[in-house]
Design a protein around this ligand. Structure first.
Ligand code: ARG
Length: 467
């Protein structure tokens, strides 16, 4: 078959080289957007008189049919094509004959691939935000049911201070909120339309780039043709946002893995999200949480791959840029899959409230509260820290918890001690006392703020999807 670009060539491409460079199979992800971009380009060429209106109509109609028939209908043709641009043009040729060759007037595959990829990504950003919001909603609903259920908060993986499960789940909500913000940023990075930049310098045809941009739902055309065909920042931004999201999901996944061990026993994952062992009948393994943790490394690797690809490229289109798509598609797919899995896991997980509460009692998670109580009575905090440290040492020697200390032991240290030790150390009282904005004690107000933000985001996504 003749190549799109073969006019000056005397020799056929080496077969291995041809296969090495073909991207059509992966490109099919862009099927809808690629054809939509071409339809709008043809309509625009008709409007500015570069195509006759009959030509524009015939091409538009044929492209619409090709799109509706789907890539399956051109499966055989695809086997011989280099990329999706090649495939669509040949499919068009089969329907309308020689005028198919006019579609490529005033454009290049360089601006075309940038336009199709950018449009594809712009749409996926909205879908991904919707899916992040769904997981956020699941977290908030669970948080609401567990606003007062005690859980030890950890630093260095050592029990630190009591918090509640609701507060902990809310922490994951806010992490995801930053992912929503990042995806909005990515959408902004895809707000200008690359088409009309042609190979690198623009074109002598009187293209109406504003028309194309607005028909395709972009805000405006891009500003500089050379920058446009060289730019893959929006792809890197998307892959980075996915890597961050997966990093967050991986941390939640890790908590599920850790907390579902017998050693912690805080949570039981639903059987729908567990597997067994082929040899040990008692096993309930958190495989899917582990896989989310594992796949996060692929999302991170994809970002590294694209940055390594781009950093050495001079301006102008370079074929290396073709390799932006496999990591982009994989990272986005991973983000969608992991979000849905995690939503299911969060919704169905059963929390062992008694075990979480027991882990807050006894031991020394009340040490800070005791030091704070002394400091509130005028003892300099550093001194209060020392005093409580001394008490802990005594407890450790005697195998006691702070709660077990006799009033007298305290009076010895602090003659004017008037506090009820049990109420200072009561984990629920400790939680309730931490009322600072963002603290575990004001979790109800925080939940309200989170619900407001989520509601706005969900209404925003609805607006965007009707646009
Ligand atoms: N397949 C290429 C890509 O995905 C688009 C065409 C590039 N243009 C070219 N002159 N080879 O980036």
């Amino acid at each position: 078959m003749r190549k799109l670009w073969g006019g000056a060539f005397r020799k056929a491409t080496d077969e291995i080289a041809w296969e090495f460079g073909r991207s059509v199979a992966g490109d099919l992800t862009l099927w809808e957007e690629e054809i939509e971009v071409s339809i709008v380009h043809a309509q625009m060429l008709g409007r500015v008189g570069t195509l006759s209106s009959d030509e524009a109509t015939d091409i538009t109609r044929a492209l619409t049919d090709i799109r509706a028939a789907g890539p399956e209908a051109v499966d055989e043709l695809a086997q011989q094509c280099e990329d999706i641009h090649d495939l669509v043009e040949r499919a068009l040729y089969d329907r309308v004959g020689a005028i198919a060759g006019k579609l490529h007037t005033g454009r290049s595959r360089n601006d075309l691939i940038a336009a199709s990829t950018c449009l594809w990504l712009r749409r996926r950003c909205d879908e991904l935000i919707t899916d992040i919001n769904a997981l956020q909603r699941a977290l908030l609903d669970r948080a609401e049911s567990h606003l007062d259920d005690l859980l030890p908060g950890y630093t260095h993986m050592q029990r630190a201070q009591p918090i509640t499960l609701g507060f902990h789940l809310l922490a994951h909500f806010w992490m995801l909120q930053r992912d929503v913000d990042r995806m909005r940023f990515v959408k902004d990075a895809c707000s200008a339309c690359p088409l009309g930049s042609a190979a690198l310098a623009g074109t002598s045809f009187p293209l109406d780039r504003q028309f194309v941009a607005s028909e395709l739902g972009f805000d405006a055309p891009t500003q500089n043709a050379l920058d446009t065909v060289s730019n893959r920042d929006f792809v890197a931004d998307a892959i980075h946002a996915c890597a961050m999201l997966l990093q967050h999901l991986s941390r939640l996944a890790h908590e599920f893995v850790l907390w579902s061990t017998q050693e912690y026993g805080f949570v039981t994952l639903d059987e729908a999200y567990s597997t067994g062992s082929s040899i040990m009948p008692q096993k309930r393994n958190p495989d899917f949480a582990e896989l989310i943790r594992g796949r996060a490394s692929r999302a991170i690797a994809n970002w590294t791959q694209l940055m390594a690809t781009m950093k050495g490229l001079p301006l102008g289109y370079n074929r290396d840029q073709q390799d932006d798509k496999p990591p982009l598609f994989e990272s986005m797919e991973l983000a969608f899959e992991c979000l849905r899995l995690m939503e299911g896991m969060v919704t169905t997980a059963v929390w062992n409230l008694a075990k979480m509460k027991a882990a807050c009692e006894g031991g020394f998670t009340g040490a800070t509260a005791l030091a704070d109580a002394l400091a509130a009575r005028g003892v300099p905090f550093r001194e209060a820290h020392e005093i409580v440290g001394g008490l802990i040492r005594q407890c450790e020697e005697k195998g006691l918890a702070l709660q077990d200390l006799e009033r007298d032991a305290l009076r010895e240290l602090l003659p004017d001690w008037d506090l009820d030790l049990q109420s200072v150390l009561d984990p629920s009282a400790q939680v309730a006392a931490r009322q600072t904005y963002g603290g575990t004690g004001e979790v109800r107000q925080q939940l309200k703020r989170a619900r407001e933000i989520l509601g706005e985001s969900e209404r925003g996504s609805q607006r965007d999807s009707v646009k």
